[in-house]
Design a protein around this ligand. Sequence first.
Ligand code: BG6
Ligand code: MG
Length: 217
Amino acid sequence: MSKGFIFDLDGVIVDTAHFHFLAWRKTAAELGFELTETLNEQLKGVSRIDSLQKILDWAGVSISEETFDRMTAEKNIDYLTHVNQMGHDDILPSVEDFLKKVKTLGHPIALGSASKNAPAILAKVGLLHIFDTIVDGNSVSKAKPDPEVFLIGARQLGVLPENCIVFEDSVAGVAAANAAGMTSVGIGSEDVLDHADFIFKDFTEFHPHFIDQLVTT
Ligand code: BG6
Ligand code: MG
C-alpha cells in the first residue's frame, strides 16, 4: 500500500531555520528585545505574521499596522539575503537520498510548509521536481499547529491522513501532524520534540530499514 510522505521545509530539508532565527533576532533587537535560541523554538513552523506578533508580545511592545508591515517586509529581505546564497550543497545530509528512495518505492511526496518562500527555495536547491505537490504559506488559511497544511497535502496526494508520515523540526509542526492523525517523525532534539512518534537528530540517523518500518506500520 502507498503511504503519503509529507515533509516540512525549513529545518528539515534545508537549514533555513537558522536564517529565520538570524533575521528575527535583528527585528527583535530593533524592538529592544533579545531573541534567544530557546524562545526561537516557539517561532519554528509559525507563519511570518504570527512570528512577529509573538516577538511583540514577548517584548511587551505594540506598533502600528504600518510598522508591522514594514518589519515583516524587512525581515523577509534580510532572510532572502541568506537564501540567495543557497544551492544544491545546502540540502541537509542524507535528505535527497531519502526522498529518492521514497520515490523509487512508489510513495507520493508532498511539501507541507508555512513558508511563502518554499517554492523558490526548493528551486534554488534543485528539489522542486521531486515533490508531487507543494502546500506552502500561500495555500493555507490556518497556521501550524492547525493540521490544515498536512490535511491539504494528504488530499492532494490522494492518501488518507492515517496513511501519511510527516517529517518536522518544530513543536508546532509535530502538533499539527499529530492533530491530523498522521505519523510524526521529529527531526531535532528529543527535549523539544518529545510528542513525535519517532525522533532523530537528522536524516543520517535513520536506520537502513526505517522506510520499511514506516510503510508496514
Ligand atoms: C516556517 C518556518 O517553515 O515558515 C518559520 O519554520 C517561518 O520560521 C515560516 O516564519 C514562514 O516563512 P516565510 O518564508 O514565509 O517567512
Ligand atoms: Mg521547520
